[in-house]
Design a protein around this ligand. Structure first.
Ligand SMILES: Cc1ncc(COP(=O)(O)O)c(C=O)c1O
Length: 377
């Protein structure tokens, strides 16, 4: 039985989703493009591991916890290369004359665009917002990009990248969609689908998935929306329940779901979960997620730190997972729901118990080593 929470201050919001795929360009692109063979053709390609955290599941009273570890993706330490490489590949098939790719990013996507552009023998210009850490900037520069830091927030940095790309005739490869800019973000989402396809052999029965709840961390929502597409297309109303996790300081999807329309985050403060520090949700991400998500939660930074430590110092025979702040957000969401009284009720409403099987994604490893060391030590 699902109830509805409408009390404004709650850090979670529960709804009964329609499980309907929207009828839009993004969905038709996701249905028609298969990025897996493209990725399999890349020299650096290798499916990332799926790790079972059996001891942790037992200790916190669950049936199973699986975590797909994207810290092994393409030596990039994050899943983002799946999207950028496929989108750039698609663009170059149509327009091989492109010389410079441009994007705005708070870290991982920019690094991925720089990496994919370099692999194709092209240049890249990456704009980053004011609060992007020096270590993340250096990681993007290492992939050959020209990085320009602006004294702006994420949304304004995206608008700047769009404007400058138009003026200079650079190709904008942005991982968030707005009206009139949907095709490239959809190609990026099609690229993300590869890691759900990698999971097919291990976690998906023919008629029903072998997991009950999937925790999805949200920045602009493109990645979570690609997961939502995967499950809705495959299982419809039999999909596992999808739960989104965002930082308190930047919860644009949470606020949008609560308001029933796409809005910028109501509060916007610094968060250590840099990859999730975004503005208004992606248009196509929002259209997909609002139909697919059963619960949206927002969590404090401290919970991400706790989850990073939990993954780094595992229980029993569980394998160590190296996780960055945004990477650990899925586990942080799970632990918060189970242990923090402010989230009381959600566990019962979602019927989480000793049989429940959970799927998490470690979407990044230690992408900022200095911050990682500080948190772990
Ligand atoms: C590590 C990490 N996890 C999750 C996300 C969320 O992806 P999206 O912005 O598509 O919601 C990002 C985005 O940059 C990220 O870097």
């Amino acid at each position: 039985m699902i109830f509805f929470s409408h009390m404004d201050q709650l850090p979670f919001h529960i709804q009964e989703p329609s499980f309907q795929l929207p009828n839009n360009l993004t969905v038709s692109i996701l249905k028609n493009k298969n990025a897996l063979p493209f990725h399999q053709g890349l020299a650096a390609y290798c499916p990332t591991p799926l790790i079972s955290l059996g001891a942790l599941a037992k200790a916190i009273g669950l049936g199973a916890i699986y975590i797909k570890d994207e810290s092994y993706r393409f030596d990039l330490n994050a899943f983002k290369g799946l999207g950028a490489s496929f989108a750039i590949g698609q663009l170059l098939e149509k327009k091989p004359e492109i010389e410079i790719f441009c994007t705005a990013t708070d870290g991982n996507h920019g690094r991925a665009v720089a990496w994919a552009a370099k692999a194709a023998g092209k240049k890249s210009v990456v704009f980053v917002p004011a609060d992007t850490s020096l270590n993340r900037i250096k990681a993007i520069e290492k992939e050959g990009a020209t990085v320009v830091q602006l004294n702006k927030n994420y949304d304004d940095t995206c608008a700047h990248a769009e404007r400058i790309s138009k003026i200079n005739q650079w190709e904008l490869v942005q991982d968030t969609a707005w009206k009139g800019y949907e095709e490239i973000p959809a190609d990026i989402m099609a690229g993300y689908l590869t890691h759900f396809k990698e999971l097919e052999d291990s976690l998906h029965g023919v008629a029903r998935p072998d997991v009950d709840l999937v925790f999805l961390q949200v920045g602009v929502g493109s990645w979570a929306a690609s997961a939502a597409f995967y499950y809705l297309q495959r299982y419809g109303k039999e999909s596992p329940l999808l739960i989104t996790v965002e930082p308190d300081g930047s919860a644009g999807f949470f606020d949008s779901l609560k308001n029933g329309e796409r809005v910028s985050p109501e509060s916007s403060s610094h968060t250590i979960m840099g990859g999730l520090s975004c503005g208004i949700p992606s248009l196509s991400g929002w259209e997909m997620l609002k139909n697919a998500v059963t619960a949206a939660i927002r969590i404090p930074d401290e919970e991400a730190k706790r989850a990073m430590r939990q993954l780094y110092v595992p229980l029993g025979n569980d394998q160590r997972v190296i996780s960055g702040e945004s990477g650990a957000a899925g586990l942080a969401g799970l632990l918060t729901i189970l242990q923090d009284p402010a989230y009381a009720g959600i566990k019962e409403q979602l019927q989480i118990g000793p049989q429940t099987r959970i799927l998490l994604f470690n979407t990044e490893g230690n992408t900022d080593e200095e911050s990682f060391e500080q948190i772990i030590s």
